[in-house]
Design a protein around this ligand. Structure first.
Ligand code: FAD
Length: 506
C-alpha cells in the first residue's frame, strides 16, 4: 500500500476550487495539491444561492467576509420565499410561505413552540412568522446583521447569493496563494491500472499527470468517475421531475432598488422560477420538466415572469442530470460536485453537498493509502445525505394543492413519493416532527426547515392529547414577545443593500 502524498483535482468550477482551498487549509502542505482545468470547457456558471453552512466553510478557507462580498457581487440571504407553491396566484386561500434560516425561538426551559402553534397559541399567524423574527426582517428587505458584527456572525442565521463565475475566480486566486498548483489543460484520456484504479490522466497540453488520489470535479461530464470508472448514475426523474433550466441575468430597475434578502421561488405551471438579487443585477431562471411543457412555452413563462427587463436578452438553456451516483468514491478517485450528483436547484443543495463531500475527504483522508475503508464510509454517508435531501426537496412539491397542470398532480401522486418520505408524513399526521426524528449528522436541512415547509404548505397534524402540552401560557407569551421584538429588529438592522454597500466600500 503506497501512502497518498498528492492529490490531482480535475475541474475548476465551484467544486474543484472549493475542494482545493479547503483541503489545502485543513491538510496543510503535508499533501501536494494540483488542479487541472480546461480552457475550452467552461464552468456551469450557475449556482448563486447558498445555505448557511457556507459561512463556516469560507471561514475555514480563510477568506474575509468583506473581500468575499466585494469580489463575488454577493448579498445576504435569509431564506426562501415560496410564492404560489400552495395554490396558484389569484385563487382563494393562502398561496405562499417563507422558509427562514433561523430556528424557532426556544428559551431554556421554555416550551417548544410548534405544538402550541398547532394548538392555536399564535392565532392565524403562519408558523415561520410566529416563531422567529426573521420573517419580519426579510419582508422589510433588511439584512441579518449589522455593520459592526464580526465576520460570518450575526443575530440572525444567514447565507449568501453570489455570482458563480466570480466565486470560482476568487477561490482560484486564493487557492494559488495557499500553494495549490494550477494547470490549464484538458484531460483527453484516463488510464487505468490492472486493479481498476486510475494510473494517470493524459492532457492535451501538459501530457501525463499522476497522483495518489484523484478528485473528479468535471461537472455533469463526470470524466473520471463516470466515463472512465463507470460508476452508475441513478436518475431520479420519476421523483424530482425537473430536467431543464432556462436562465437570464437582468438589471435592476434602478441602481438603488431594494435587494430582497431571500431567494424568491415562484411556482409556475410546469416548474418554478428562481429570482436572486445580487448587488448589481438579478439572476432569474425557470426550472421545468420537459415531460410537462416544451421549451417555447417555458421561454414564454420566463419572459412573462421577468417582464420588460427580458426584452432583447436571450435565455441560456441548461440540461440537468437529476440524480446521483450510489458510489462516488471508487478505488483512488472521489467525485465532488455535479460529477457525483445533482438534485435540482431548489433549496441550494448543490454547494452544500460540495461542502459536505470536501469535509469528509479531508476528515477521512487516506494518508496511508488504504482507501477501501475510507471509500466505504464516504459512499455510505454521501448516499444517505442524497436520499434525505431528495425527501426534503420532494416535500415542497408533494403537499401542493395546485391542480392546474399534470406537473403538480403527478407530484402529489403517492407512486412518485419515496417510501421514506411517505412514512415520515404518516407519522407527522399524528404528532408534530421532532428533532429526534432526524439523524442530524446526515441531514443538510435541520428539523426546523422541515417544519417551516410542512406547515407553510398547510400540512395537517392532529394533536390527539392537547393536555400533554401544559405550557400554553408560556407559549402565548413567547409568541407575543417575538411579534414585539420583530419590530425592534427591523428598526435596528440595515437594509440588505446598505449592508452590502458597507462591505463593498471597505
Ligand atoms: P462545473 O462548474 O461544470 O465545473 C466543471 C469543471 O470541470 C470546469 O472547470 C471544466 O473546465 C472542467 N472540466 C470538465 N471536463 C474536463 C476535462 N476533460 N479536462 C479538464 N477539465 C475539465 N447549487 C447551489 O448550491 N445553489 C444554487 O442556487 C444552484 N443553482 C443551480 C442552478 C442550475 C440551473 C444548475 C444546473 C445547478 C445549480 N446549482 C446550484 C449547482 C451548482 O451550480 C454546482 O453544484 C456548482 O456550480 C458546482 O459545479 P461543478 O464545479 O461540479 O461543475
Amino acid at each position: 500500500m503506497k501512502p497518498v502524498q498528492d492529490v490531482l483535482i480535475v475541474g475548476g468550477g465551484t467544486a474543484g476550487w472549493l475542494a482545493a482551498c479547503f483541503l489545502r487549509r485543513t491538510l496543510g502542505d503535508s499533501i501536494g495539491i494540483t488542479l487541472v482545468e480546461s480552457k475550452e470547457i467552461g464552468i456551469i456558471g450557475v449556482g448563486e444561492g447558498t445555505f448557511p453552512s457556507i459561512r463556516g466553510t469560507l471561514s475555514v478557507i480563510g477568506i474575509d467576509e468583506a473581500r468575499f462580498i466585494r469580489e463575488c457581487n454577493a448579498t445576504f440571504k435569509q431564506g426562501v420565499h415560496f410564492a404560489n407553491w400552495v395554490r396558484p396566484a389569484g385563487t382563494p386561500g393562502q398561496q405562499s410561505y417563507f422558509h427562514p434560516f433561523s430556528q424557532p425561538s426556544q428559551r431554556p426551559g421554555g416550551p417548544e413552540l410548534l405544538p402550541y402553534w398547532l394548538l392555536g397559541a399564535a392565532g392565524s399567524t403562519p408558523f415561520a412568522e410566529a416563531a422567529t423574527l426573521q420573517k419580519a426582517v426579510a419582508d422589510a428587505r433588511h439584512a441579518p446583521k449589522r455593520p459592526g458584527d464580526a465576520d460570518y456572525m450575526g443575530p440572525l442565521n444567514y447565507a449568501y447569493h453570489f455570482d458563480a463565475g466570480s466565486f470560482a475566480a476568487l477561490l482560484c486566486t486564493h487557492a494559488q496563494s495557499l500553494g495549490v498548483k494550477r494547470i490549464e489543460a484538458t484531460v483527453d484520456s484516463v488510464e487505468l491500472a490492472e486493479d481498476g484504479a486510475i494510473a494517470s490522466v493524459t492532457t492535451r497540453e501538459s501530457g501525463k499527470l499522476t497522483a495518489g488520489l484523484y478528485i473528479d470535479c468535471t461537472g455533469f461530464r463526470a470524466r473520471l468517475i463516470g466515463e472512465a470508472l463507470g460508476s452508475p448514475f441513478r436518475n431520479i426523474n420519476d421523483t424530482l421531475f425537473v430536467d431543464r433550466a432556462m436562465a437570464m441575468q437582468v438589471p435592476y430597475d434602478s441602481p438603488d432598488a431594494p435587494i430582497a434578502s431571500y431567494t424568491i421561488s415562484t411556482a409556475h405551471e410546469a416548474g418554478w422560477t428562481w429570482d436572486i438579487g445580487l448587488h448589481e443585477r438579478r439572476g432569474v431562471g425557470y426550472v421545468f420538466s420537459s415531460r410537462h411543457t416544451d421549451e417555447t412555452r417555458a421561454e414564454q413563462v420566463l419572459r412573462n415572469y421577468i417582464g420588460k427587463a427580458s426584452e432583447g436578452r436571450d435565455p441560456r438553456l441548461l440540461k440537468l442530470n437529476v440524480g446521483y451516483r450510489d458510489t462516488q468514491w471508487v478505488k483512488n478517485c472521489v467525485a465532488i460536485g455535479l460529477s457525483g450528483g445533482f438534485l435540482e436547484p431548489l433549496e441550494s443543495s448543490g454547494i452544500g453537498l460540495i461542502e459536505a463531500a470536501t469535509y469528509l475527504v479531508s476528515y477521512l483522508f487516506p494518508f496511508n493509502g488504504d482507501v477501501a475503508p475510507v471509500a466505504k464510509q464516504f459512499n455510505e454517508q454521501m448516499k444517505a445525505r442524497y436520499e434525505k435531501i431528495v425527501d426534503f426537496v420532494k416535500l415542497h412539491y408533494c403537499l401542493t394543492k395546485r391542480t392546474d397542470n399534470s406537473f403538480w398532480t403527478d407530484n402529489v401522486n403517492p407512486s412518485t413519493i419515496p417510501e421514506t418520505l411517505r412514512e415520515k408524513l404518516a407519522m407527522w399526521r399524528c404528532r408534530p416532527p421532532h428533532q429526534l426524528d432526524f439523524i442530524t449528522d446526515l441531514e443538510m436541512y435541520p428539523p426546523s426547515s422541515w417544519q417551516y415547509v410542512l406547515y407553510g404548505m398547510e400540512f395537517r397534524t392532529e394533536i390527539h392529547n392537547p393536555r400533554a402540552y401544559a405550557q400554553m401560557g408560556a407559549a402565548q407569551k413567547e409568541f407575543r414577545m417575538i411579534a414585539e421584538v420583530s419590530k425592534r429588529a427591523v428598526a435596528d438592522l440595515p437594509t440588505n443593500r446598505a449592508l452590502v454597500q458597507h462591505y463593498t466600500r471597505k
